[in-house]
Structures are given as structure tokens and as C-alpha cells.
Design a protein around this ligand. Structure first.
Ligand SMILES: [Cu+2]
Length: 295
């Protein structure tokens, strides 16, 4: 199947999550990827401004991606939220929610969902319930959106669902403000060590210096000196700010990883990298890497 992927829609939010998800999408769909509209259009026929600006690129997605559906059971659309966080109850049909193979090759029937606030990516989730912090969110109306996503984080945009909330905090949180450090941020893997063999579920432990990790600021406007880290496998480049090979994100010094989906006996590189709240890697990149063997 094909899913329409409009160009650069999320770039405004600092999250070019969909801009170029045409990587190796291990699909059995042999239909060639459509060329960009500019290439397809006959040179003699002038395209209208609207057509050239808004023409979506057709991208191959995993088989059955169109059946990956979500529903928001709670909160109700228009709900007034007086607490400083909101819990979403979600049902997923047509696919199994799993994070074990995120950042690895796509698999029919498997995926997770992305949460967004005002169309800015918050996190990836593989449980039917998730809590969103309203830290650094202004009182008033906001849109919460969930979008089905494949292991490579390419999103099934047509199946996104949203609710509007009206945030009227009883006890508003103090805003987290810029806190730059004179010293450069660093991240270093403490465990596992280079050459270690890992199996099943294993933890990646890092040490972060001169940088504040914040879960509550996921997806919020940038705050200097704050962010979190991504754990990538083998590469930090490629589509979606390198997120195609991202196992997940952490705002603590630990990330729970899995060897599921990796060949026994293969070696892979674990790459933790610091990112801002909008998930963009710090520039220049601040990362570390350790090669491990998969049992
Ligand atoms: Cu992130």
C-alpha cells in the first residue's frame, strides 16, 4: 500500500519525522516508489502553485499499515484538565503495540504510536495508557494527537486521531527556563562495555554531564540546557533526524533495550545521543558508541 506523506509538515515543529521516511522499508510491496511530483510532472505543463506546494510524495509503508487504527477513550474531546498532566487511554486495533523492535526493520502487524501536543512529537508509546506532562504548556486549549507508527517510526498519518483539551491548572507549574552550562554537554555509556554480549532485555546505562534530562519537556518548546537522549542502533543519520534507527528515548540515565529482531551472533553499535525537547540531535552531535554482540 501507499500512504500519502506530505513534505515537511512537521518541520515547523522541529520534527521532520515524516519528511523522508523512504528508507529500507522491508515491505513486500513491489510497487516502485513514486517519484517526487516535480519529476513526474510533464515539463510542458506548468503546475499550479498549490499543486507544487502541496503535492504529497507517495511512500511505501508496511503491508496492512492502513489497518493500524487508534482510538482515544479518554480524555473526552473538550475535557477541562485541572491537573498538570493528562492520562490518555488508547485502544489500538489492526496491529500489536510493541517497542522491542523499534528502530529495527519494519514488521507487518507490529508498531507503536506517537503522541503529540499541538502537533509536536512528545514520545513513542507501546502501552494502552500514557501520561502527558503539561509542564511548560500555557493554560488554554491544546490538541493531543496520537499517530500509528511502524518500527522505523514512519507514521500512518491518515489514521491519526486527536482530542482537544482545555488546560485550566488549579496549581500551575513553575515554568522551566533556560539553564545553560559553561561546559559542553557530554554523554557516555557506562554499561554495557565494548565487546560485551547482550541478550534478551538489557539496560543501557549512561552518564550525562552539563545537560538537564527532562521527561516533562518532551515535545515542548526548546529550553536551553534541557532535553533528553535517544538510543540509536548503528546509525544516527538517515530520515527523520536519524530516528529511523531509534530504539527509543530516555530522560533518565537508563534505557531498557531488547535484542528482539537482531540476528543471534551479529554485532550492533549502541549509540546514545543528546537531543533537544523537539528530538533534534544537539549540533554538533553529542553521542557515544559501544559495539556489542547479540547472543
Ligand atoms: Cu526524543
Amino acid at each position: 500500500m501507499k500512504v500519502r506523506i506530505p513534505h515537511l509538515v512537521l518541520a515547523v515543529a522541529g520534527v521532520a519525522l515524516i519528511a523522508a521516511a523512504c528508507g529500507d522499508s522491508d515491505t513486500e510491496d513491489d510497487t516502485p516508489t513514486a517519484l517526487p511530483a516535480a519529476t513526474q510532472a510533464p515539463t510542458t505543463a506548468p503546475t499550479t502553485a498549490a499543486a507544487s506546494a502541496a503535492t504529497p510524495e507517495m511512500m511505501p509503508m508496511q503491508p496492512g499499515a492502513e489497518n493500524m487504527k487508534l482510538a482515544i477513550i479518554a480524555p473526552a474531546d473538550g475535557a477541562i484538565i485541572t491537573a498538570n498532566e493528562v492520562t490518555l487511554d488508547v485502544t489500538a486495533t489492526g496491529f500489536e503495540l510493541t517497542c522491542d523492535e523499534a528502530g529495527k526493520p519494519v514488521k507487518e502487524g507490529n508498531g507503536h504510536y506517537h503522541t503529540e501536543i499541538d502537533r509536536s512529537l512528545i514520545d513513542m508509546v507501546c502501552t494502552p495508557q500514557t501520561t502527558i506532562s503539561l509542564q511548560n504548556v500555557k493554560p488554554g486549549k491544546h490538541t493531543l494527537t496520537i499517530v500509528p507508527a511502524q518500527n522505523d517510526h514512519a507514521e500512518v498519518h491518515d489514521n491519526a486521531v486527536s482530542v482537544t483539551i482545555d488546560y485550566q491548572p488549579t496549581n500551575p507549574l513553575a515554568e522551566i527556563a533556560d539553564a545553560t552550562s559553561a561546559a559542553a554537554p557530554t554523554i557516555k555509556i557506562i554499561s554495557p562495555k565494548a565487546g560485551d554480549t547482550v541478550s534478551g532485555n538489557f539496560d543501557i546505562v549512561v552518564e550525562v554531564q552539563n545537560f538537564n534530562l527532562s521527561c516533562d519537556l518532551f515535545g515542548k518548546p526548546a529550553v536551553a540546557g534541557y532535553g533528553h537522549w535517544h538510543l540509536n542502533f548503528d546509525s544516527t543519520t538517515g530520515p527523520m533526524m536519524g530516528m529511523g534507527t531509534m530504539a527509543g528515548m530516555s530522560c533518565t540515565t537508563v534505557f531498557h533495550a531488547s535484542t528482539a529482531g537482531f540476528e543471534p551472533g551479529s554485532t550492533h553499535t549502541l549509540i546514545p545521543l543528546l537531543t533537544d525537547n523537539g528530538h533534534a540531535p544537539l549540533a554538533p552531535e553529542v553521542s557515544d558508541k559501544v559495539e556489542v554482540k547479540i547472543q
